[in-house]
Design a protein around this ligand. Sequence first.
Ligand SMILES: [Zn+2]
Length: 712
Amino acid sequence: MRDLTTRSRMLLLVTVLSALVIAYNLKLTNGADAKPMRIDTVAESVTPPNLLLAKWEGPYGGVPPFDRVKVADFKPALEAGMAENLADVGRIAKDPAPPTFENTIAAMERAGQALDRVQTIYGVFGSTMNGPDFQVVQREMAPRLAAFNDQITQNTELFKRIETVYKSPEKAKLNPEQQRLTWLYYTNFVRAGARLGPGAKARLSEINQKLAGLYTKFSQNVLAEEDGQTIVLKSEGAWVISNTRSSVDPFLTYSSNRELREKAWRMFINRGDNGDEHDNNATITEILQLRAERAKLLGYPTHAHWRLENAMAKTPENAMELMMQVWKPAVARVHEEVADMQALADKEGAKIKIEPWDYRYYAEKVRTARYDLDQNEVKQYLQLEKLREGIFWVAGELFNFNFTPATNVPVVHPDVRVWEVTDKTTKRHIGLWYFDPYARAGKRSGAWMNAYRSQERVDGEITTIVSNNANFVKGKPGEPLLISWDDALTMFHEFGHALHGLNSNVTYPSLSGTAVSRDYVEFPSQLLEHWLSTPEVLQRFAVHYQTGKPIPQSLVERIKRAATFNQGFITVEYLSAALVDMKLHLAGDKKIDADAFEKATLAELGMPDEIVMRHRTPQFLHVFASDGYSAGYYSYLWSDVLTADAYGAFVEAGGPYDHKVAERLRKYIFSVGNTVDPAEAYRSFRGRDPRTEALMKKRGFSGTEAKTAAGQ
Ligand SMILES: [Zn+2]
């Protein structure tokens, strides 16, 4: 059901080097209201929830009232929004007129707008303003929202109307976007169980509600482990390593204290796996069994088959084939990387065998020794605000966008800034871009994009509102904030998602912007990462924070030479997690012990001893915090095939700023949302199907050229 309405998604970056991201649907319902309900009839003793339900007011077609939200308002507003949406859907289902595209499919696109608005703000609070009060609301509302979704997809009269429109000869007379939307509704309803009998439907809804509760439990456990555990470095004053990636990874990279490295590593990889009240193993077993049962009910062999059916990969076999094609050379590369690190450690007289807690530390030493590349040297040229100007400039070159600060727009926190996006030539208003760059309590880690409002024109032009979010540690006032090369890539990545939303040019909100299939959505974002290292960007925007001088060419050359360095580690760390995810969901209804399954699967794959999965099963939020990326973590690799291959189109033409290729990119990829089948869209852009060669080359896994680049 989460795929029913992919209108708004939060695309979330969890790792940096290879820019792997999770995306999941934030909102579960279609929205719109011909007749907004009288809100004051719904309110209980708290503040009337009309603020959250009401049409957004202010400039730019209205903006979210972030400055006036109270956590206590969410529950009554969600309840009122759901009631209104169900009333809308009921009217559509019971319409005495024969079903047509307009009175059924388009009407569904208009239904539930108030709930859509509430859920947007609810999602922003969940990810950036989360606290104990909010978590209570989440625990209560997650199963109820799941049940609400089932009430829509299990509405027999509604499904009959959708099916009639879908199977009617009249469908051929609709325009292509309308035909695709009709197909999407029909398919999503069928996939959500619309054709099942009453008994099966009831069980399905029970499963969905149980799963929603278990997902909330799983993610709150991981958060508790991340918040609750630390290592204090007594010898170095007040330093504390918190149990999060942004704290642990730099420590593992730079600390020479091997004992503490091991301690930090163990703390981090055992999140959710400590046999205490936050242990996730039993929850995982239950989730996997419920998912397997649901897949069977819906007529699929496994959860993986169900999930992949409407993805670009289509079958688990296709996804597995790509993963295994990359897995073997990646493992071989890891053995080379380990040998290099072992040689360096031996030369230093360290008298150790490389262990997982040594990998980042020695990899950094090899990088410095072999490429004369010190990350701290690079950082001095990477100022957050300069790079922000850089991404604006790139958007201007590729898509003719202009960015102007938008004042008087309410924000959820004073750190958030807003820009208006317009067309450089026509001055037409395109949308708003919110930027929330700094870490704070109650904000989830990582980086992500979120759409607050999708572009559409069902009843007149609605422009989009998108946001980019990150977790940079705020610098001192007046001092430029310096970020790493990987963080700079992340900025370009998330901005790629934002541009996917901003370029959207469709009619129906369910097909807008980033509402595309999961293994396609990372393509535009990963593609944009390529523009960071273009000479145009580096010359203008990678300037030294003190001297203002552009990054020296010799340093750029060293960065380029080191581009495929450590790709064995990056790829194996990611792919092992993707493979375990897929195999867990191909295992059927066996009662699975997560730890034992993980161990056996990795042994069978020949996982190098020196690396651990990027997300071990008991902390794998992509897979167990929602249906999200379950049987879908492979998507980053799938999208990266397209990314690497698509950048080739620029290289083969006039370079990264070739206007003709950029125009094709806009026309066939960035503007079409989900109005076109992704494989077809890609073919229109590239003139052929994607090939994997470019990916293998990008990661340094093909041919002698790449091997030399990565060192012996
Ligand atoms: Zn992404």
